[in-house]
Design a protein around this ligand. Sequence first.
Ligand code: MCA
Ligand code: AMP
Length: 498
Amino acid sequence: MTMLPIIERAHRHADRMAFWGPDETHSYADLLERSAGVAAGLLAGRRDLDEERIAFLVPTGVQYAAVQWGVWRAGGIAVPINSGAAVPEIEHVLENASVRRVVASPLLLSVLGDLPAKLRLDVLTPESLEGDCALPEIEPARRGMILFTSGTTSKPKGVVFTHAMIAAQASVLVDAWRWQAEDRIPLFLPMHHLHGILNVLTCALWAGAAIEPFTKFDPDRICARVAEGAYSVFMAVPTIYNRLVAWLDAPENKHHVKQVTGGFRAMRLMVSGSAALPAGVHTDWARRTGQQLLERYGMTEIGMALSNPYSGERRAGSVGVPLPGVELQLVSEAGRVVEGEGTVGEIWVRGETVFDEYWNNPDATAHSFRDGWFKTGDIATIERGYYRIMGRSSVDIIKSGGYKLSALEIEAVLLDHPDILECAVVGLADEEWGERVAVAAVFKGGARLGLSELKEWAKARLSVYKLPRTLLAVDTLPRNAMGKITKQAVKALFAEER
Ligand code: MCA
Ligand code: AMP
């Protein structure tokens, strides 16, 4: 019988430790057994879930992996829910993916708000899913996961992953970054995005390595474990590296610094990605820990595409070269492929790791591809053989704390505020977050709203990382001759204010 490759590989590692924490450890055999139970519980007598979308809201750890694998093994499509999302954001995900069943840990149930009743959802706990039955064969071309990602449309779109894509992405990274069964990695990234799900969870489990799960990034706890030499591999976004530098500089941590930097120094590999790592942070980190951070570039729709080498020069401010199997070209605004050092173009990608479709959105899918190439919207150039990311083609895409945000989505929410007549959301460069969300707003009549009031109001509608961090009241928004708001001019307004 053909088995999903990750399941087949887990059988080979059955006695090894998959997850560990302060109180308990879980072997691959345990994970296999739990996920078979979840699959049987979801099947409840059926032979195959036939790509039913099963949403899940489960904290990082063995239970998360058991539910993800359980959905896969039963022939379903796993849809992880952001436990920090606002109820309307979750509603969009559940409706867009036509989800009827949600697996939710009791501790996270409240995140769903009134949605179980409103959408007539069947809510199941992971613990209630058990049983033992024959599991269906899953062909690689079948769809296994949907991750929602923001972009140039107001609402996030569902990126569909086939099992073949997941396997291709994992195997490329495991080879390129030399994952091994002896590796140990902390997992503190959010578990509704590719970085945490694929680069950490799936790659580690693909390799037979062990994961220490955390519900969020907490520098005190992580640094304490680093000082104990708990990990060999570390993966994070630039904001987290900033936080670690701040932690090392804090006077109250002074007496731990030596052990902690020693723990980082001893690691086999430290990776940064999801947003640009400032060259200064790269150099500073190397000076403190002796570790040359390996920066790589990826995107939900394409997995990882460019990477600095495991062996060889890891250059600050650059993202290296295409990973094996990734076809990549730079295309000018005029639509021509540009080649050679120093020329600038949009990154287009194709290959086995690239997605085929946004869920239930053929127009967006068609719009994103040209002649089989996915148009990333990221602009890059080649310098001394390595790619460097120059920015994005759309000013409406903001990267903050490693999260990709849509200015249009935030504007649509803010325009619902009774006092806001018009607004424009932009990302402003920020040392800690990469970019910060800023809004210029024209208020109705004599209304004047403070930032904290606006944040408080928006919190019920948007995740915390999408909330405006700067508010500027203006009389009119800058527009071009066609009447379109010019975002560059909006950014200039903020610069003037500073
Ligand atoms: C939170 N805060 C912010 C932001 N987020 N302030 C400005 N900008 C933000 N984006 C504020 C909160 O309001 C709060 O303020 C304080 O910071 C702490 O909030 P909290 O939610 O606790 O934040 P945190 O836990 O400190 O989170 C920071 C973080 C997190 C650890 C960097 O954002 C994170 O895990 N980011 C990773 C995202 C990720 O994995 N992206 C990958 C996407 P106050 O205290 O005043 O209330 S996948 C991808 O990009 C592709 C595939 C790729 O290449 O990887
Ligand atoms: P997401 O849609 O959340 O998967 O975010 C993908 C986006 O993150 C890419 O399109 C890039 O804009 C950005 N990104 C990822 N890695 C890097 C990096 N190393 N440098 C600059 N931008 C990056």
